[in-house]
Design a protein around this ligand. Structure first.
Ligand code: GLN
Length: 563
């Protein structure tokens, strides 16, 4: 770039290629107002699904205004689960909804934060790419945001859905709102659609639904220069014609563009069908003048039928340490549900705090469960409780599924109680243990930077023939996503094998252990990777499916059992 390169305008190669496409890429922006946690991610994912089910090519993206470069460095208490993509990107959990609802390919480009945008702007400044300019929020930061959005547009992409995290009115969200305000100037207002999600609260004392917060929220958007085209209003009960008219008038949107989204009690998978009932897909397609096929949702309706009328049930204990935070193990809970759907079963999750289990013992808390799952995690808190749960599952022949730290603790439990290595531990929790059955790889020990430096993303795994894993996967080679620093220590492999532990999944080149199994047990399997990131409502992950099946058969037989 030279001194007199223009930075105010915006043009890109993407735009040039679009001009020759049949249907120029349209942009949908989803913003939220009034309160956070309105389910913007679910609504965006549902919109993505509806457009795909009309035959469109959709791309999805989340912009998060916080300053962390990615959510990988945040506690699950702060931000819920960190969702990992194939390419190793550590992303917001809303991307999990995008993957579960749609077939959109997701990558690092699907989640940007303020931190990441600024990193890039500052790097460019240091490289001298803006030489001569004062680097400013407008246009430099906003151009960077626009380029992140426009990167997803391509000749074969019909619609890019960009969800903006946070709530309108947040200070840190302003540059993002300014950027999306500018996009219509670059691509044409007629090719953009602004959807704003708000809340219409019900005041019990007044016995009334209140539209004022929605009016204020839209007013805030309009101050910035964004006039929403469609309002999706969340409410605990139907808002009625009068309220819809009032919202339309005060917010300057057409009455048929006020779509209510009444709270769904049964399942999040109802959300898209609720939006179809209000003809949201038609509205979007008309407003953006998209050529589409008819909406095909038969399989989705069939799925809802199965969810509504389950024939079986099983109770699974999830023993973790962020148990009270519903979003901390989001994908695990979803994957258990998916597995249940495929067996026409309802999976009841009993969330158990590992520390509580450590104090009270497993008999009290795990009585009557049909399966025990220990999910991933970091840090020593609760680890001993998880191990007690695993020992209980192993000895009482309760189906057990360990994931990441759940596998590591299963190996430690085996080493302590079967190999007799009393001091067995992971070096994450006991740096000078005499039996480091879980330890850090040489390459990881040199890393001091915490962001994005774990073993991350999709990696191949070879499945041992004849194993439980092979029976579930019905495949020899699979790919699974990782997010961890510690590994099974190969020095203990032979001793564990001799004592009966089965190593049924390994990384082909490095030989790293990916799956372990305990034989002579109804179902005891633990994995170093995160299968929960690859489960969808119609295609549950094979390991979750197998685990839930084992839990269901235990449930059926339970009347004859003592535990
Ligand atoms: N703390 C463990 C590690 O870093 C496990 C991580 C996880 O469960 N995601 O290896």
């Amino acid at each position: 770039m030279t001194f007199d390169d223009p930075v105010w305008g915006f043009s890109s190669d993407v735009e040039a290629t679009n001009r020759s496409s049949n249907q120029m890429t349209r942009h949908i922006f989803v913003t939220g107002g009034v309160v956070s946690s309105l389910g913007k991610g679910l609504t965006s994912a549902s919109i993505g699904l509806l457009l795909e089910r009309r035959g469109l090519q959709v791309r999805m993206q989340k912009l998060d205004p916080y300053i962390n470069v990615d959510p990988g460095t945040m506690s699950p208490y702060q931000h819920g689960e960190v969702y990992v993509l194939d390419d190793g990107a550590e992303t917001d959990l809303d991307l999990g909804h995008y993957e579960r609802f749609t077939d959109c390919p997701l990558s690092r480009e699907s989640n940007y934060t303020t931190g990441r945008i600024y990193c890039s702007v500052i790097e460019k400044e240091r490289r001298g790419e803006y030489l001569g300019s004062t680097v400013q929020v407008v246009p430099h930061v906003t151009n960077e945001i626009k380029s992140a959005i426009r990167k997803l547009a391509a000749p074969d992409v019909d619609v890019v859905i960009t969800e903006l995290g946070g709530t309108v009115g947040d200070i840190e969200g302003l540059p993002f709102l300014e950027a999306i305000r500018q996009i219509p100037l670059d691509v044409g207002r007629e090719n953009c659609l602004f959807i704003h999600l708000t809340l219409v609260p019900y005041l019990r004392a007044a016995k009334e639904l209140k539209t004022k917060p929605t009016q204020h929220s839209v007013e805030k958007l309009r101050q910035i220069g964004i006039q929403p085209d469609i309002l999706i209003v969340r409410a605990e009960r139907p808002i009625g014609n009068d309220n819809a008219e009032k919202i339309a008038l005060f917010c300057n949107v057409e009455k048929n563009s006020v779509i209510e989204e009444v709270d769904k009690q049964l399942s999040i998978y109802e959300v898209p069908l609720g939006l179809v009932d209000h003809k949201l897909d038609e509205l979007i397609v008309d407003k953006l003048r998209l050529n589409t096929g008819p909406l095909r949702m038969d399989d989705w309706r069939e799925l809802m039928g199965r969810i509504r009328n389950p024939e079986h049930e099983a109770t699974i204990a999830v023993v973790g340490k962020y148990i009270e935070h519903r979003d901390a193990y989001k994908s695990i809970y979803e994957s258990l549900d998916h597995a249940g759907f495929s067996h026409s079963a309802r999976v009841i999750v009993k969330r158990i705090e590992a520390e509580e289990l450590e104090e009270q013992g497993p008999e009290m808390l795990l009585r009557g469960v049909d399966g025990i799952l220990v999910p991933g995690g970091f840090g020593a808190r609760g680890v001993e409780g998880k191990m007690k749960a695993i020992q209980f599952a192993r000895e009482c022949e309760i189906p057990f599924f360990g994931i990441c730290l759940g596998m590591q603790t299963a190996v430690i439990e085996f080493a302590r109680n079967i190999l007799g290595l009393e001091d067995a531990h992971s070096t994450e929790f006991s740096a000078d243990t005499e039996a480091p059955v879980i330890c850090m790889l040489e390459e990881q020990t040199k890393i001091t930077y915490k962001g994005g430096t774990m073993r991350l993303g999709a990696q191949p795994c070879q499945i041992a023939p004849g194993s439980l894993a092979a029976a579930c996967y019905e495949a020899d080679d699979v790919e699974e996503r990782h997010r961890h620093r510690y590994e099974f220590n190969p020095e203990y492999r032979q001793r564990c094998e001799e004592a009966g532990l089965i190593f049924s999944g390994t990384h082909p080149e490095s030989g790293l252990v990916e799956i372990v199994e305990v034989p002579d047990h109804p179902w005891f399997l633990a994995v170093q990777f995160h299968p929960e990131f690859k489960s969808k409502p119609h295609t549950p992950h094979p390991l979750f499916k197998g685990f839930v099946e084992a839990a269901l058969s235990r449930h059926k037989n339970r009347t004859h059992m003592t535990i």
